[in-house]
Design a protein around this ligand. Structure first.
Ligand code: FMN
Length: 332
């Protein structure tokens, strides 16, 4: 049984990665229904929380059925990180996660996210401040290091465990790599091989099929896997991996009815949560992913990304269902 503090996560948990503009409550709802064992909010700026910025506050919205759920924070100022951990704890998530992995310029070049990988004493100080500010377990998500010359995550793992971090997720790339090349899980495996490390270590990066999940689970011995991009438009991946790990057999892919039902659920939740206009607008980025690979999809897509009424979009989704149900065998 993998545990973070007192949170029991099963034998081999699958985590939904924090993803800005993706892993909001509507998306999390469909991932939860399809097997995600632990989920995180999008990252939340500590500065934004302290300033009471609407965008940051909205990201604190969590729901009972989502448990266990973690709130992810990022920032460059230790005192502000401490305060934001207090604010985040008030909404009673199951844990607080700190982002030491974000590579994008206006985060990492302002001393937050992956920038902390260049200054381990500061990272340790910031983490200790967050741990001191909350009674919740604190986890960390990071990368292998800043660049190829400083792949220091093994040291990071020991130092963070020593001050009380409850679990670690490692994305198998350096900051300099951004999202390029293939994730390298060798170092993640080495953290697991370190007899001093007893906290759960989750591997992250490029797991996009059940076969790969099982292969890397076996090869690198991680306690669980965090999945990001492969879940976008494909929340079924969590249960598909579970089925494959359990039986060695691939699960049947979702048929068109199920696919459309999940899209509608995602859309309806978006509208409920964000209002009709924003809900419809922000859902547009998901359609291509949900219907990837369908032949002759262009005209349907055009409608989905231009229509502005919920009812009309539902009708198009029904049309898609009818049109492709019969061609499913070819598509799959
Ligand atoms: C659109 C997008 C947004 C992301 N936002 C965050 C974030 O808010 N916090 C974070 O720790 N990582 C973020 N990431 C990184 C992912 O959590 C994950 O580490 C990365 O995508 C590698 O995993 P994958 O190959 O399974 O996608 C983001 C990634 C993407 C693609």
């Amino acid at each position: 049984m993998v545990k973070i503090g007192n949170i029991e996560l099963g034998e081999f948990p699958l985590l939904l990665a924090p993803m800005e503009d993706v892993s909001d409550p509507p998306f999390r709802a469909v991932c939860k229904e399809n097997g995600a064992d632990l989920m995180y909010t999008e990252f939340i700026s500590s500065e934004g929380l302290i300033r009471d910025a609407a965008k940051s506050k909205q990201k604190l919205d969590i729901f009972e059925y989502e448990r266990p759920i973690g709130i992810q924070l990022f920032g460059s100022d230790i005192e502000h990180m401490r305060q934001s951990a207090e604010i985040a704890s008030e909404v009673k998530p199951d844990l607080i996660d700190i982002n030491y992995g974000c590579p994008v310029k206006n985060v990492a070049c302002r001393g937050a996210g992956a920038a902390l990988l260049q200054d381990i004493p500061r990272m340790v100080g910031m983490t200790a401040a967050v741990i001191g500010a909350t009674r919740l377990p604190v986890t960390v998500k990071t990368r292998l290091g800043w660049d190829d010359r400083t792949r220091n995550v093994e040291e990071v793992a020991e130092r963070l465990q020593d001050i009380g971090v409850a679990a670690l997720t490692v994305h198998g790339r350096t900051r300099v790599q951004m999202y390029k090349g293939q994730a390298d899980w060798e170092l993640i495996g080495r953290i697991k091989d370190n007899p001093r490390i007893h906290i759960p270590v989750f591997g992250n990066g490029d797991v996009n099929t059940p076969e790969r999940a099982l292969e890397w689970k076996t090869r690198y011995g991680v306690d669980g896997i965090m999945i990001g991009r492969a879940s976008i438009g494909n929340p079924w991946i969590f249960n598909e991996i579970k089925e494959f790990v359990r039986t060695g057999q691939p699960a049947a892919p979702p048929d068109m009815m199920e696919r459309v039902a999940v899209v509608k659920k995602h859309l309806d939740f978006s509208i409920r949560w964000k209002g009709e206009r924003t809900g419809i607008l922000e859902m547009r980025r998901h359609y291509t992913n949900y219907f990837r690979g369908l032949p002759d999809f262009k005209s349907f897509r055009m409608k989905l990304v231009t229509l502005t009424s919920t009812q009309e979009i539902h009708s198009v989704l029904d049309e898609i269902c009818g049109f492709y149900e019969t061609t499913r065998a070819q598509v799959a």
